[in-house]
Design a protein around this ligand. Structure first.
Ligand code: UDP
Length: 388
């Protein structure tokens, strides 16, 4: 085998690692099952002249200078601050729920009182995860917390995950904490930027290196086989002694030996709309599924440096349980963290750890909810630590 490393998957985990190893003098083969690179960050220009994020909205935000410095070698950026409104009792109010949301939903006197109570309890600019806010013993704050839970988190989370907010890992709802602030941006990170020519172009440049060979439309499982008893990797029937970096579904690598791990999937209803058809880039629908069966609608045109004036492309998101064989919901997006699934993942990880030159990396392989920036950082850190 002529390659020093085989990387399965051409998303952030795979592409960042491929580039780092190539620059370290290693020859790298990247196998990607889909017919395109970029993983779920893949985007393309569509018939409306809109850069469509094919697998849902991807907004780059980070405090990591390291991640920005690395990726900036492959793209220019434009500043972009994401804003989201949530549909609550027929109104659209800022999400994360903040002081402006209170002003919009409550009568002036009551709103003023609630804001002061929150500021007194936590201080301005504080971010409080909803499950923590619900534990506050002050009856007025508790009542507000229950209102926010009911109108922002309860049904959205049920729709998104198929579990209640109490059943899944608290870190999931803590991604969108109640924000005691008038700052209505979705993120507060130092860098809030979008790649000037899109994510696909960024990945093309990142993978364009003489030491990297990329093969798309190749299912690695047709070539790679792991034997945990013999502690060996086989590639096309021969022992592969280089590093195999696996960024795909971890359970598939062992033939689902410990059962299929639960992942959540999405389907997108993509439509052409008049530009400005909704009041924000993304509108969330934290309502029961009987009222709105979807979670959010995003306008991809509004994410562009120069949004289109006439028509735009929007996508409405419908969550599904992942099933690779189903007609709908056959793309894995998110690991579904419950106590059971975490234990199930550990069995896979422990078994695969027996093979010293096999490395699990990324959302699907590590069963972690990485953002684009944290995945970039993790891949860089992983490569630096790889023993040669
Ligand atoms: N969430 C919610 N209501 C909202 C927004 C988010 O309940 O209006 C919860 C929900 O459980 C969701 C999680 O917070 O899955 C994380 O939201 P985020 O926007 O970070 O999800 P992503 O963009 O990664 O799909």
């Amino acid at each position: 085998m002529a390659y020093d490393a085989i990387i399965v998957g051409a998303g952030y985990a795979g592409a960042v690692s491929a580039r780092w190893l190539a620059e370290d003098g290693k020859t790298v083969l990247v196998l990607e099952k889909r017919n395109h690179i970029g993983g779920n960050a893949y985007d393309r220009m569509d018939e409306n002249g809109v850069r469509r994020h094919v697998y849902g909205p991807h907004l780059f935000h980070t405090n990591s200078k390291q991640a920005v410095d690395f990726l900036s070698r492959f793209t220019d950026w434009y500043p972009f601050e994401h804003r989201v409104l949530g549909w609550i009792e027929g109104q659209t109010v800022p999400v994360p729920f903040n002081l402006t949301s209170i002003e919009k939903l409550f009568a002036p006197e009551k709103a003023e009182h609630l804001k002061q109570e929150l500021i007194k309890a936590y201080g301005m600019e504080c971010k409080v995860p909803i499950l923590e806010l619900r534990k506050n013993e002050d009856p007025e704050i508790k009542e507000l917390a229950e209102y926010i839970f009911e109108h922002v988190f309860k049904y959205y989370t049920m729709k998104q995950w198929g579990y209640t907010a109490e059943e899944i890992d608290p870190a999931v709802t803590a991604r969108v904490p109640v924000h005691i602030s008038y700052d209505d941006r979705y993120f507060q990170d130092t860098y809030q930027i979008m790649p000037a020519e899109g994510y696909t172009a960024l990945f093309e440049k990142m993978l364009a290196h003489e030491n990297i060979t990329v093969r798309t439309g190749v299912d690695a499982l047709d070539h790679v086989c792991v034997d945990t008893e013999a502690k060996k990797i086989l590639f096309d029937g021969e022992v592969f002694a280089g590093d195999l970096i696996w960024t795909g579904l971890v359970d598939s690598l062992l033939g689902y030996r410990f059962g299929a791990l639960p992942y959540r999937s999405l389907e997108f209803d993509v439509r052409t709309e008049k530009a400005g058809f909704q009041p924000a880039v993304t509108v969330n629908y934290p309502t029961p599924a009987e009222i709105h069966p979807y979670t959010r609608i995003s306008d991809y045109g509004m994410m562009m440096q120069t949004p289109p004036a006439g028509y735009t492309t929007a996508a409405c998101e419908y969550p599904y349980a992942y099933d690779g064989n189903a007609e709908k919901g056959n793309v894995p997006y998110y690991p579904v963290f419950t106590e059971d699934s975490k234990a199930q993942y550990s069995r896979y990880a422990r078994e695969l750890a027996k093979i010293p030159n096999l490395h699990l990396l990324g959302r699907l392989a590590e069963y972690r909810y990485y953002n684009m920036d944290s995945m970039t950082e993790r891949a860089l850190e992983f490569c630096r630590g790889l023993k040669h």
